[in-house]
Design a protein around this ligand. Structure first.
Ligand SMILES: [Ca+2]
Ligand SMILES: [Ca+2]
Ligand SMILES: [Ca+2]
Length: 508
């Protein structure tokens, strides 16, 4: 055997023996002169979960009954003023009502309240409604924040307004919501209609407020409609259909945004062919472009494998009207099953929605086809023009069943999301949440994690909110709203340094 060893092998063996014998210093000195050493600088630290300002994961509400479905908005006038909202069963109406959570100090302390009109509370236009749900939030440029929702009477109490889209306004940065107005009621005697799943946006220059939603008709097809307010939410225009073709009547999940040119952009899911429909208006909603089908989705099965909670696929959207290099880009995210399990996908336009890229970006960076589902991607854009997303993620459980939450970020106009950060400090079983949400009224034990998540960003920090079942027993349905703050820019650098590092040295 020894005869087969070359002199080189013998030398290596000797080096090893000398190293083990404590003579490594000497040997290192002689060998290092022959090597070119690649100096890998220490990895930048951004982004990181801020566990100092608040806990790494902190509850916005953890009352005993269920909460789910979140939205977040950041005050453009005051980046430390952030408002979140959720559906909440912890209120005297004993049904879902909109709960809001407000910070004025960048997330250190939070106040909260519920929209007026709940049973036994201060009166509002919503008084008498059983349910107020589906939060959507938008700040204007004058410290007003608008909270839109769906109101209805789940128990079928007849008093003339069975169902409506409403908007609550706060003129004090979300400390209280004192003005509640009705955008539209679908209740018409003898005809079955239902107003559902609205979204809201405010034009920062004109102060106009825009709402889109679905009107379901008797045969349960959904028409996407639009209404606007030019008086800070006091009055609303009659709903206008966004598609003037009878074929475009199978929509749901509309999402409205407005850019700094005043152009209004709306997307929704069309259930006929699972495509994302898109239209825009450059005259404050008077006329609209012909509706286009811009993204062919492959929605994941609802529910997912090993789960009972529903996973509706609806598009979310942000517009880059910053002065960053990708100004004019529009980003749309959705859950997609094209790789065999659910992923968080992104599509983009670079020309204010005129044309759309047909190559889509997978935002979760785990191995393709590994069986882990990512879903409910929410989007925010920071003043740098960086795209921030969060989604539920099953990769952190070896069995791909329990849920965590991932933050991902792109600094190159959505082309790469190299950075994925696990923000959850405890993964949880999504089937545990919200059981009573349904069982009280529908008699089943289906889990519920809401239909979407909410994220917002100022120029240093992303604010992530989600429905979390870590405190739920197998039977009580006690979901809570949790939040995390992810710092992506600060005195020692920013997430772009990390991104550049990953390009140069990889993720080691
Ligand atoms: Ca909902
Ligand atoms: Ca996946
Ligand atoms: Ca709870």
């Amino acid at each position: 055997m020894l005869s087969n060893l070359s002199k080189k092998h013998m030398a290596l063996l000797l080096v090893l023996i000398l190293l083990l014998a404590g003579l490594g210093g000497f040997m290192y000195k002689t060998t290092s002169t022959k090597k070119t050493t690649v100096v890998v600088p220490p990895k930048p630290i951004y982004p990181f979960v801020d566990c100092v300002t608040n806990k790494c994961n902190f509850p916005l509400t953890m009352l005993p009954r269920p909460s789910a479905e979140t939205a977040v908005a950041v005050n453009p006038k005051d980046p430390n003023n952030i408002v979140a909202s959720s559906n909440d069963l912890n209120n005297p109406s004993q049904d879902v009502w909109l709960h809001f959570y407000t910070t004025k100090d960048g997330g250190k302390t939070w106040g909260d309240g519920i929209v007026p009109g709940y049973r036994g509370g201060p009166p509002s236009l919503m008084t008498g409604m059983g349910t107020a749900c589906d939060p959507a939030l938008a700040f204007d440029n004058d410290n007003n924040v608008y909270l839109a929702g769906v109101g209805y009477n789940r128990h079928g109490v007849n008093f003339g307004r069975e169902n409506m889209i409403f908007v609550a306004r706060s003129s004090n940065g979300g400390t209280s919501f004192d003005q509640v107005t009705m955008v539209h009621t679908a209740w018409i005697s003898g005809r079955l209609q239902f107003d559902d799943k609205e979204w809201i946006a405010a034009d920062l220059k004109t102060g106009n407020v825009y709402v889109t939603w679905t009107i379901f008709t008797g045969n349960y097809l959904g028409q996407i409609v639009f209404s606007k307010s030019t008086d800070k939410g006091l009055t609303w225009s009659l709903p206008r259909k966004l598609a003037d073709v009878t074929a475009d009547i199978n929509g749901q999940g509309s999402y409205v945004q407005v850019d700094d040119n005043g152009t209004i952009h709306v997307v929704w899911r069309d259930f006929t062919d699972d495509s994302v429909h898109y239209t825009r208006s450059s005259d404050a909603g008077s006329t609209w472009e012909a509706v286009r089908s811009i993204i062919q989705m492959k929605p994941p099965n609802s529910p997912l494998i090993n789960a009972t909670y529903r996973v509706p696929t609806m598009p979310t959207m942000v517009i880059d009207d910053t002065h960053g290099p990708y100004r004019g880009s529009i980003y749309i995210a959705w859950s997609d099953n094209r790789t065999g399990d659910s992923d968080a996908f992104l599509a983009y336009s670079r020309d204010w929605g005129k044309t759309w890229n047909t190559t889509f970006v997978r935002m979760n960076n785990d191995t393709v086809g590994n069986g882990a589902d990512q879903f409910f991607p929410a989007l925010a854009i920071s003043p740098q023009g960086w795209i921030h997303t969060m989604f539920y993620d099953r990769r952190y459980d070896m069995n791909h069943t329990l849920l965590g939450v991932t933050y991902a970020v792109s600094t190159d106009g959505g082309q790469n999301f190299r950075i994925n950060l696990n923000v959850t400090d405890k993964i949880f079983d999504g089937d545990r949440g919200g059981k009573s949400y349904w069982s009280e009224f529908r008699g089943d034990t289906t889990g519920f994690v809401g239909d979407y998540l909410g994220i917002g960003a100022n120029n240093t920090t992303a604010f992530l909110t989600w429905s979390d079942d870590r405190n739920a027993s197998p039977t009580d349905g006690n979901s809570d709203i949790y939040a995390a703050m992810v710092v992506f820019s600060g005195p020692h650098g920013n997430v772009n340094d990390t991104d550049n590092y990953l390009v140069k040295y990889g993720d080691n």
